[in-house]
Design a protein around this ligand. Sequence first.
Ligand code: MG
Length: 274
Amino acid sequence: MMEEFMPIGVIVKGDDPPASLKRVKSLGIPTCQMYVPAEEWHSGPNVQKIKNAMSEIGVKITGFFCHFQGESYADIPTIKKTVGFLNANTRTERIEKTLAFSDFARKVNVPILGAHIGFIPEDKNNRNYNELVKVMQKICDYCNGNGQKFILETGQENPQTLCSFIEDVNRSNLGINFDPANMLLYDKEDPIKALDVVSKYVIGVHCKDGKRPEKEGELGKELPLGEGDVGIERFVNELKKIGYTGPLTIEREVPGEQQTTDILKAKILLERIR
Ligand code: MG
């Protein structure tokens, strides 16, 4: 079967995977990325429940996103301390969890695993840089054994840093999930220019919008798609230029009804411009 060109997607919670898939279907969206469900879903009859839901509901899970207890995006210093694999105190345990996530993803035939791995240091002599390279080699090798790719969520570092990091990890199943809004929220490179730099590594994207922070050290503001400074039409055009054909996964990080409203608006916008 021919894969649809740039199918719309949305990133959803994994607390109750069948319920999330139903919600995606009800929004008229054919694909989703999902946060890795809790451990109770990783084995036994629950695995079959997810597989049945996927085929009965007809929504494709294009990737699972890792997340860990204790992660907080409150502000940049907190992110540095708590997110991904940077903190040595939680590193080993989180690597083990990620390998288990990879095994779970294989059981439900999902070929992509992704994560915010934490800020990659711009200075290669920083001890953490090498640690992160080793972490990614281990995880990529494991995912490769499960027939999977691993994608790095972008935006917490400059695109040049990201490229040289991927080259240093040197694993062919490592790529990126390009999130143009994060470039603005974390006050990094212009998203479209950044996309050009990292284009050959793009495996997935988040369609998210936002504005740069008003003060240094703060995070910028996430906004509904089309209302921030990404220039979403420009972004989608650039994706076409680099030959990207994969899902356009909407990400909107607000709670409740507002999220549903904004996702539906984003879907209509993307269907018009893709
Ligand atoms: Mg994102």
